[in-house]
Ligand binder design. Structure first.
Ligand code: AHR
Length: 505
């Protein structure tokens, strides 16, 4: 096979869009050990006076997560929010039908709003459109955002929070197209309900942004008719449509697995086309943008979860969806982030699903043990840290290969982000070939005398290497594989590696 090569021409004036930092969002659901044993564990020496784990908070802050979706997920479709506010001793224990768990409600809206502040983040709140509807969504919004002087705003005040939470982004239900969803709806049922809920919510607080439920995955039989139909109903009231998709090396074919970001790319393009079709039908002026509010690798834990869900009694926060990620999963997360950034003009928000213990970059050992970073922690952290700025439109020439289910797969995937504020250009690049190094060159003459500030690389000889509480096998390192000569960046990208090349003065 010929040596892999990518040639970029980057110009600081060829700009796609300024990145909305909410593209680096994440997700905490009342599921498994995400909340209890994850972010919240009173009595643990690592926890603060409110019971929040400080070690976990520190890792979340290092990741840089500007928005966190809450409280689900499938959980939200049976959620009774009033159970989760006010004096803790009065909160009821409930059955959570989505995850066959019992929910103590010791963490709820009040606590999560405080946790999000401590994590330097904001809340993306989902409302229950499964077992509940318009009135309940309005009550919750009034509780959270109305200053005072009404039943629900005064209830919040009486719960010790005089200032409104001012939650800006609200999801109109979760995966309502999925037959597994409690209160699953047809597109006709959901379209009307979502439109009327959205209309009422914007009457209460016109400053909020609303996300209409898109398909649960690209594989759903109703995709993309679901989007076309429901957005035609909700177009006037909503700002975003959601996308969800999880990836996995299910056939143990790593080369093909590393091409799965092409599937994400096609999914995004199809949803953009559908949004624009609806805009045309409605003779509309505004674009519906995309909130890719559940994305990640999820497949390692599937069999164990089925066992827990089917064969075990009801339990409080059983360990569910505890995928342990390997190095190739980290490469895939890097590839997916590059894909999201390349669509940053329309993908304005995205949530890595999820954040702690449940298909998560951050894990805590059971029984109050230490917190540790999974392999996927690092591509997220690096992209979130250095991917803030303006995505450039590059000219790209790249060699390609085929895989068992993908054609014309570029050997190297990349995106470049320019930060005028920092006076820095960062190139993110994954060499997704498994058998050879790649040469990257980039014409960066428009950046004057930029030089290499750093070349950070995530690589490992073993695609299946994992991290644990005891050992960190996959972590970024600094290399000297990049240099600038006469306005040209020349970099060596090792096989199967994620590279962050930072340039500046
Ligand atoms: O993130 C895990 C689950 O995946 C969520 O609860 C649901 O929305 C999706 O199917």
């Amino acid at each position: 096979m010929a040596r892999a090569k990518i040639k970029l021409v980057l110009d600081r004036d060829y700009q796609l869009t300024k990145v909305d930092n909410r593209i680096f969002g994440s997700f905490i659901e009342h599921l498994g050990r995400a909340v209890y044993d994850g972010i919240y564990q009173p009595g643990n020496p690592e926890s603060d006076e409110q019971g929040f784990r400080k070690d976990v908070l520190q890792m979340v802050k290092e990741l840089g997560v500007p928005i966190v979706r809450y409280p689900g997920g499938n959980f939200v479709s049976g959620f009774r929010w009033e159970d989760s506010v006010g004096p803790r001793e009065q909160r009821p224990e409930r059955l959570d039908l989505a995850w066959r768990s019992t929910e103590s409600n010791q963490v709820g809206i009040n606590e999560f709003s405080k946790w999000a502040k401590k994590a330097d983040s904001s809340v993306m709140m989902a409302v229950n459109l499964g077992t509940r509807g318009i009135q309940d969504a309005c009550n919750l919004l009034e509780y959270c955002n109305h200053p005072s002087g009404t039943k629900y705003s005064d209830l919040r005040v009486s719960h010790g929070d005089p200032d409104p939470y001012n939650i800006k982004v609200w999801c109109l239900g979760n995966e309502m197209d999925g037959p597994w969803q409690i209160g699953h709806k047809t597109m006709e049922e959901y379209g009307r309900l979502a439109a009327e809920t959205a209309k009422a919510m914007k009457l209460i607080d016109p400053s909020i942004e609303l996300v209409s439920c898109g398909s649960s995955s690209v594989e759903m039989p109703t995709f993309p008719q679901w989007e076309a139909h429901t957005l035609t109903e909700t177009y006037d009231y909503v700002d975003y449509v959601s996308l969800h998709n999880y990836y996995g090396n299910r056939s143990q074919d790593s080369l093909d697995y590393l091409a799965c970001s092409n599937d994400m790319d096609r999914f995004i393009r199809t949803v953009i086309a559908t949004c624009d079709y609806v805009k045309a039908v409605k003779r509309g002026k505004k674009d519906i943008n995309l909130s890719f509010d559940e994305w990640n690798v999820w497949f390692h834990s599937n069999a164990a979860d089925d066992d827990i869900m089917q064969n075990h009694p009801w339990r409080h926060h059983p360990g569910l969806l505890e995928d342990v990620y390997n190095f190739e999963d980290a490469l895939v997360v890097a590839l997916l982030m590059i894909t999201l950034l390349r669509h940053a003009d329309r993908v304005r928000m995205a949530c890595l699903a999820q954040l702690v213990n449940v298909i998560a970059p951050i894990m805590t050992e059971p029984d109050g043990g230490k917190a540790w970073k999974q392999t996927i922690y690092y591509p997220f952290m690096l992209t979130s840290r250095y991917g803030r700025g303006t995505v450039l439109v590059p000219s790209v020439h790249c060699t390609t290969h085929g895989t068992s289910s993908h054609e014309d797969v570029t050997d190297v995937e990349s995106v470049a982000v320019y930060s005028g504020e920092q006076d820095e250009l960062t190139i993110f690049a994954v060499n997704r070939t498994l058998d050879g190094d790649a040469d990257l060159t980039a014409d960066i003459r428009s950046f004057g005398d930029y030089r290499v500030l750093d070349h950070i690389v995530l690589e490992n000889d073993d695609l299946k290497a994992v991290n644990s509480a005891l050992e960190e096998k996959v972590a970024p390192a600094h290399t000297t594989q990049s240099r600038v000569e006469n306005g040209e960046l020349i970099s060596l990208l090792h096989k199967a590696s994620f590279n962050v090349i930072r340039l500046g003065k």
